[in-house]
Design a binder for this molecule. Structure first.
Ligand SMILES: Cc1cc2nc3c(=O)[nH]c(=O)nc-3n(C[C@H](O)[C@H](O)[C@H](O)COP(=O)(O)O)c2cc1C
Length: 420
């Protein structure tokens, strides 16, 4: 019951992903929260108000002029009063149109009016076709909302209802729930204030590109080579960078993690796809900082077999391996190059790591290289890292990955402020 006694307004606007919000409403109640659903007229065309009423146990509001029968504030002003009882508003799905209304302070519906007349946090989960999402107008509106303090959850990338593939998928109910727990859970504000002071604004508006997770190099349609990286360190750094005010793009290999709030996530599978996505993003976002946390496979099969390789063929012995691109080196070679931060996961002891990091940093030609003991770090929530820069080595005490991420970003912010 991580959201006991919390009360949320869930706003449903006109997008196909509205069906996923049904599941979210259920899960919020499993966590002890109460939910008031408010829909736009278009939202009601995708899922009926009756469905949400049955799931939330409360009549659904759709317009400012008529309250659902037998309910509503006595003063007849739901656009003011509904948010006064709530801890936060989540718009899921948030249509391109609704995002435009919010960014411009328009009040075409009860839901939009309520968002304007609120004092509580506003979170939105955009959901739309990839071109609608990438459109300059939508991106401008998102930037405006972000700088107004709205939390932008997702979107993620992948198959879309329209049959296309790309950015614009609404986050899954479990991911949205996790965001609400992070924001409104029992120790959310207090924990952050105690552990991570002084991070807000230290990378304000800097464009940061981060890679995370493993890569997967297919051998045939059912097999491939990967590694045990969970992505947790890279995701923690992305989360911390967003809190530091950066514009963050996270390029993730195959992982099972919720997208941190306020960042753009691009999912990839192979090292070559990650390389391509990184180079595109560095260019497109004019990245100032690149942090390569992903455990990128050094090698891939030269060819992927079209059909499943039969055991009897014995041909797994014949796989020819070719080297994958060195993404960190490729970014560091750019002119001008962003501030490049690499991660080296090594086996052995901390002393071994201390001995080999400086030479590796020289070889990679990066200002900052982070070392950790790979087998211990993979998959865990805690880690111990060593920072190696031109001034030498700093060993941080073992800590939760999010806490380490905050220390790391503080260090990167210092590097950024040094003359280069
Ligand atoms: C079948 C269908 C699916 C749609 N899916 C989406 C969507 O996923 N995201 C979106 O932003 N708009 C989508 N639209 C367009 C919106 O429903 C439309 O812009 C509507 O005016 C939004 O109204 P609202 O923002 O008041 O809810 C869709 C329209 C149709 C007809």
């Amino acid at each position: 019951m991580r959201l006991l006694h919390r009360h949320f307004i869930i706003g449903v606007t006109g997008g196909i992903a509205a069906y996923k919000t049904c599941e979210l409403v259920r899960r919020l109640q499993d966590e002890g929260a109460t939910v008031q659903v408010i829909m736009t007229e278009a939202g009601g065309r995708f899922v009926s108000a009756l469905t949400f009423q049955a799931l939330s146990g409360r009549p659904v509001y759709t317009d400012a002029w008529t309250s659902p029968s037998g309910s509503g504030p006595a003063n007849g002003m739901p656009h003011i009063d509904l948010s006064r009882e709530a801890d936060g508003i989540l718009i899921a799905p948030a249509s391109a149109d609704f995002i435009a209304q919010l960014a411009n302070g328009q009040t075409e519906s009860l839901l939009a009016t309520l968002c304007l007349a609120r004092e509580i946090p506003l979170l939105i989960a955009p959901a739309m076709n990839r071109q609608m999402w990438q459109n300059a107008a939508t991106q401008r509106n998102i930037d405006t909302l972000r700088s107004d303090g709205t939390a932008i959850l997702g979107p993620s990338s992948g198959d879309q209802a329209c049959g296309e593939i790309g950015d614009g998928r609404m986050l899954e109910p479990a991911e949205l729930l996790q965001h609400l727990v992070d924001h409104f859970g029992p120790d959310s504000g207090a924990r952050e204030a105690a552990q991570f002071p002084n991070i807000r604004g230290i990378l304000q508006d800097a464009s940061v590109v981060i890679t995370a997770g493993p890569t997967f190099e297919p051998i045939d349609p059912v097999r491939g080579i990967t590694n045990r990286s969970s992505g947790k360190m890279g995701f923690a750094i992305a989360q911390a960078a967003a809190r530091a005010g950066a514009r963050v793009t996270l390029i993730a290999g195959p992982v099972h993690l919720a997208t941190p709030e306020g960042i753009v996530r691009i999912d990839v599978q192979t090292a070559e796809q990650m390389h391509q996505a990184v180079m595109d993003c560095i260019e497109r976002t004019a990245a100032e900082i690149f942090i390569g946390v992903a455990a990128v496979a050094d090698w891939r099969p030269e060819t992927t077999q079209a059909g499943k390789i039969k055991k009897s063929s014995g041909s797994l012995h014949d796989i020819r391996w070719v080297e994958n691109p060195d993404i960190l080196a490729a970014v560091a070679r750019r002119q001008p190059a962003p501030i490049c931060v690499g991660f080296a996961a090594e086996s052995g002891s901390l002393d071994d790591l201390r001995a080999l990091l400086p030479a590796k940093r020289e070889r990679k030609q990066v200002p900052l290289l982070i070392g950790n003991i790979g087998a211990e770090a993979f998959g865990e929530d805690t880690n111990q890292i060593m920072l190696c820069d031109a001034n030498g080595i700093t060993l941080l005490p073992p800590a939760r990955k999010l806490e380490l991420a905050h220390h790391l970003l503080t260090h990167i912010a210092t590097l950024r402020n040094r003359p280069r």
